[in-house]
Design a protein around this ligand. Structure first.
Ligand code: FES
Length: 177
C-alpha cells in the first residue's frame, strides 16, 4: 500500500517535471509556487497565476498545482469550479489564447485579438455557436522574446500578425462546417 502511494507520487512528480521541461508557462507556475514555499494556502493565488498564464484552467494544470502544493487534485478541482472568476477549459474544439501582456500588447496584440474576434464572430471568453473555436486572453505567457505570441490549441506560436491569426481561425471554422 505504502509502495503504491510512493509510486503514484513518483509518477506525478515525473509528469510535472516533463511539463516544466516542455512548456515555459509551467516553469513560471512552478516558480510562483516556490515563492509561496509550496504552501497549500496559496492555492487561490496560484490558480490565478495559472489562469493568467494559460487563459483557462485545464486538468494538466490542476494536477500540476496539486502536486506542487501537495494537496489532493480533487480539492484543487473543487476550488477551481467553485469560484466564478476561474474559467475551466473552454468547450470549443479549438482554443486560441492571445497574450495581452505588456510585451505582446506593445507589438500589436490588441489588433491581433480584434482580428481573431472578428474572424470568429465572438468576443474573448466566448465559444463559437458551432463549438469549433474558443477565444481567450492571457497575461504574459513567458514568451516575451517572441511577442506577440498566440497559443493555438496549446502550442505557443511566435510573432503573430492579424493575418496569421485570422488565417488559423478561418481554417478551424471551415473544418467545422
Ligand atoms: S507579454 Fe506576451 S509573452 Fe510576455
Amino acid at each position: 500500500m505504502v509502495t503504491a502511494i510512493a509510486d503514484k507520487r513518483q509518477k506525478a512528480a515525473l509528469a510535472s517535471a516533463q511539463l516544466v521541461a516542455g512548456d515555459k508557462r509551467y516553469k513560471i507556475l512552478q516558480t510562483t509556487m516556490k515563492r509561496h514555499q509550496n504552501q497549500s494556502d496559496a492555492l487561490i493565488e496560484v490558480l490565478h497565476k495559472a489562469q493568467e498564464l494559460f487563459g483557462y484552467l485545464d486538468t494538466p494544470q490542476l494536477r500540476f498545482v496539486a502536486q506542487g502544493l501537495r494537496i489532493p487534485p480533487s480539492r484543487v478541482y473543487g476550488v477551481a469550479t467553485f469560484y466564478h472568476f476561474f474559467q475551466l477549459k473552454p468547450k470549443g474544439k479549438h482554443s486560441c489564447v492571445v497574450c495581452m501582456g505588456t510585451a505582446c500588447y506593445v507589438k500589436g496584440a490588441d489588433k491581433v485579438l480584434a482580428g481573431v474576434e472578428e474572424q470568429a464572430g465572438i468576443k474573448s471568453g466566448e465559444t463559437t455557436p458551432d463549438n469549433q473555436v474558443s477565444v481567450l486572453t492571457a497575461r504574459c505567457i513567458g514568451a516575451c522574446g517572441i511577442a506577440p505570441a498566440v497559443v493555438y490549441d496549446g502550442t505557443v506560436t511566435p510573432r503573430q500578425g492579424v493575418a496569421d491569426a485570422r488565417k488559423q481561425i478561418k481554417e478551424w471554422m471551415s473544418h467545422g462546417s
